[in-house]
Structure formats: structure tokens, C-alpha cells
Ligand binder design. Structure first.
Ligand SMILES: [Zn+2]
Length: 208
């Protein structure tokens, strides 16, 4: 059990207790027809690079797998980028705001050069609807993605979350600074498992 995981049981118990008192919005589902999929970074902005693994390429790969998975379920998708190109953050939010009846899911990989033990996936969100989706994604990762810890993180100033009007989440799909996470994320099968979990979390957030 890592340091970061040592309080997991405690938090699980707190979460269980909160489940009985949490407002309904935490478990809310939404009506949406389209998912705007945002592969982080691109072009001149590679994102983080560790052990020859480049965030922008991994993020685009997962984004395309999510696109394929959602389309197979009959959900429309819009990609903020489909190639290795640079797109400004506010441009991504503007594009998302043109898509009616949508949610926004941004895909990134994490790094912490001061703590190589840090591992796991993080769901970053802005508003309460974002939190509801983040929780569904978190549950889906818990079921099928082996990365270590998982965390929900509120981000008030992140441009793509703050400026996107639709419910928005940003998934940090593992720490490239952590040797084990980084190696896992280099595997096609693992990135497919990540994409499957993102698709499952999105489907669980949707009113049928
Ligand atoms: Zn990133």
C-alpha cells in the first residue's frame, strides 16, 4: 500500500457515509447527444515527456479509442483535434460551446517530477454536473483500470473546464513520471482499457 493509498479505506467509509446524505445532483444523469472529446496538447505543445513517452501522442490515441467506443454505442462525437496539431485552450472551449446537447471530456496524462511514487488516475471537474460525471468515470476506472490510487479534483481555474458551458471533466489517465504507470500507459491494451472505462463512465452519466 503506497502512502497516497494509505487512507483509502478511511475515505471509502467516509464516501459510504456521504452516499446517504449527498445531494441528488451527485448521482445525476444528463441528457446529451454528443460528446466533445478533447485530446490534450498537440503540435508544438507535447505535454509532459517521461521515459520517451509523450503525453500528446498518448492522449490522442486514447481520445480516438474513446471516439470509436462511443460511436459504436450510437453517441455522436466531436474531436477538438484528430491530428498532431496545436489548438489553443480557449479555442477548444469555444468549439465545445458550439456543440448543442453535449458534454466535454478532456484527456491528459499526469506528471510529478518531485514525487515519482505518485500514481493513479485523477478526474478533474469544475461544476456539480462535472462532478457527477467525474464520479461515474471514477467508478468505471475502479472496475477495470489498474493504475493505483484514484482521485477527484475540483479545478476552478482550468480554462477548458471553466470556459466550457457544457458539463466538463478532464481525465488524467495516469502518471508518466511513475515507472509502473508509465509502462502501463505505453501498452495498447492498457490504453484500450482506459478508453473503455471512459466510455462506460460517460454512458453511465447519460439518461437513456
Ligand atoms: Zn496534459
Amino acid at each position: 500500500m503506497t502512502d497516497a493509498c494509505s487512507h483509502r479505506l478511511f475515505f471509502a467509509l467516509v464516501a459510504l457515509a456521504m452516499a446517504f446524505t449527498a445531494p441528488a445532483s451527485l448521482h445525476a444523469q444528463f441528457r446529451f447527444s454528443t460528446v466533445v472529446i478533447d485530446a490534450g496538447h498537440g503540435g508544438k505543445d507535447p505535454g509532459t515527456i517521461w521515459y520517451h513517452r509523450v503525453e500528446k501522442h498518448l492522449a490522442l490515441d486514447v481520445a480516438k479509442r474513446v471516439e470509436t467506443g462511443l460511436r459504436a454505442k450510437g453517441i455522436k462525437t466531436v474531436m477538438t483535434r484528430r491530428t498532431d496539431t496545436f489548438v489553443e485552450l480557449d479555442q477548444r472551449a469555444r468549439l465545445a460551446n458550439k456543440v448543442p446537447s453535449s458534454i466535454f471530456v478532456s484527456i491528459h496524462f499526469n506528471a510529478d517530477g518531485r514525487d515519482f511514487g505518485k500514481n493513479g488516475a485523477e478526474m478533474h471537474y469544475y461544476g456539480p454536473k462535472g462532478l457527477a460525471i467525474a464520479r461515474r468515470l471514477d467508478m468505471a476506472f475502479d472496475r477495470s483500470v489498474k493504475l493505483g490510487c484514484r482521485k477527484l479534483v475540483q479545478r476552478k481555474r482550468l480554462v477548458v473546464l471553466r470556459d466550457t458551458k457544457a458539463p466538463a471533466v478532464l481525465v488524467e489517465c495516469g502518471y508518466l513520471t511513475n515507472r509502473t504507470n508509465s509502462w502501463l500507459c505505453s501498452l495498447t491494451s492498457h490504453r484500450q482499457a482506459i478508453a473503455n472505462a471512459i466510455v462506460a463512465g460517460i454512458l453511465a452519466s447519460r439518461v437513456r
